[in-house]
Design a protein around this ligand. Structure first.
Ligand code: TRP
Length: 433
């Protein structure tokens, strides 16, 4: 995410919005300040404990270790859940690159946990339209990236009987579009400029995009999934840079007779070069990609993962590692499930009894395993699976080839298939209980 010029914020201030994440000076993002600025709440231990109780399972690492650290109205969602009311989850991805890195997977891994723990439906929006405008991609290229990314998303292992994945280019219309217009009518130009910092140079496609990301928060945008359940609540897991979209959504919701969506928000995953660095698509060494080989993972971590260890072994033994800036330790705190082991590393490495090399070794092992598992799962997301997901009907005798639409992933249909089969009545209601 690069800094935009003329955004009206001083160089010194931290800027966090969907397109810019930059800390003050060369420092770290001040998350406490962000919570104040945005007006969301911190997730405290009692909330984590409550989720533990309600779901009868250990909260996800990302919750236990504060990766997801802020929320809006999460307690209300839990109150409703406790009364026996269901809710649904909504998350998304802007398909701007072919390969995803570990940071991209965090919201999806967490969403999978939430879906499993609460047994709730999930909608996933692929904002191919957004990236077409912002990244200057062609319509076709953004759609292609969306499809490729969808495979990675499916590989995270969602419950396919409760999940709907859609591309904006394919799905926007009908009830969804009606909601977009309702939202659009409530937001003035001055308001979007205030929230998103658009300038007179931005194309009007960008200015009119926010309602597209807003309306999946409303169940009536998905009549085929939630028909008749217009009061179903929505919980959105996302990184905190998406908050502006949903501030706008929450502001508008009651004015058009809808519930405000609740949010559960994550901090940013640090770059290999350290928390002040950026994971940048133009620097492949700034992140671990799900397409990296075991050898690449090993080399990247050994060479580029910023170490908080001391320059010499003697000094390290004496002073210990600075865990505040140490990337191998940070990454382990995201991906090493074993709390006791992490605690041991915190103590031993922090006291200088453990060396950076050993911590990196463990990290290489943990990440290689995650990436290899992901690759195996992604390879299993075959085109056949897509076709089963659709409701394909043979054009000759009208027999249904595959019946229930479970995950509606957009795919380009190869021409042969199109000659023989057509897509019919592709939507079925999602299981709510
Ligand atoms: N704008 C997001 C991105 O660029 C994609 C997105 C759409 C999203 N809807 C969302 C992310 C809901 C989180 C939650 O990646």
């Amino acid at each position: 995410m690069e800094k935009r010029e003329g955004e009206g914020e001083g160089e010194e201030e931290q800027v966090v919005n969907p397109w810019t994440v930059s800390a003050k000076g060369v420092g770290k993002i001040d998350y406490d300040k962000l919570i104040d600025q945005f007006g969301c709440q911190r997730i405290d231990q009692s909330l984590v404990d409550r989720i533990h109780r309600l779901t009868s399972r250990a909260p996800h690492v990302f919750l236990r270790r504060g990766v997801f650290f802020a929320h809006r109205d999460l307690s209300e969602i839990l109150d409703a859940y406790e009364r026996g009311e269901k809710f649904y989850l909504y998350t998304g991805r802007g398909p701007s690159s072919e390969a995803l890195h570990l940071g991209h997977l965090i919201p999806f891994m967490f969403t999978k946990y939430l879906q499993e723990a609460f047994k709730v439906p999930l909608v996933i929006q692929l904002t191919d339209d957004e990236k077409c405008m912002w990244k200057n991609l062609t319509v076709e290229e953004s759609q292609r990236l969306g499809r490729e990314n969808a495979k990675d998303i499916i590989a995270c292992g969602f419950d396919v009987t409760r999940t709907f994945i859609f591309s904006d280019f394919d799905y926007v219309g009908g009830a969804f579009y009606k909601n977009m217009v309702k939202v659009g009518k409530c937001v003035t130009y001055n308001k979007v400029v205030g929230i998103f910092g658009f300038t007179g140079e931005d194309n009007i496609g960008k200015v009119s995009f926010p309602p597209v990301q807003a309306v999946p928060s409303f169940p009536s945008s998905f009549p085929h999934l939630f028909g008749g359940q217009d009061n179903l609540r929505c919980l959105i897991p996302c990184a905190i840079d998406q908050d502006p979209y949903f501030r706008m959504t929450r502001d508008v919701a009651p004015r058009i007779g809808y519930q405000k969506p609740a949010l559960i928000e994550a901090s940013f995953f640090p770059a290999m070069q350290g928390e002040t660095g950026k994971m940048s698509a133009s620097d492949p060494n700034s992140a671990i990609y799900v397409t990296d080989s075991a050898k690449e993972i090993k080399n990247k971590i050994n060479r580029y993962a910023f170490s908080g260890g001391q320059d010499s072994i003697e000094k390290h033994r004496e002073l210990g590692a600075n865990l505040e800036v140490d990337i191998p330790f940070k990454y382990l705190s995201f991906f090493l499930d074993d709390d006791a082991k992490l605690e041991e590393i915190r103590k031993e490495y922090g006291a200088g009894r453990m060396l950076t090399g050993e911590v990196k070794q463990l990290l290489i092992q943990v990440l290689t395993e995650i990436v290899e598992r992901h690759c195996r799962a992604r390879a299993a997301v075959t085109d056949e699976l897509y076709f089963h997901i659709y409701c394909w009907v043979n054009v000759r005798d009208e027999t249904v080839v595959s019946k229930v639409i479970i995950v509606n992933v957009t795919i380009s249909v190869n021409s042969q298939l199109e000659q023989n089969f057509k897509l019919q009545n592709p939507f079925e209601k999602l299981q709510l209980s």
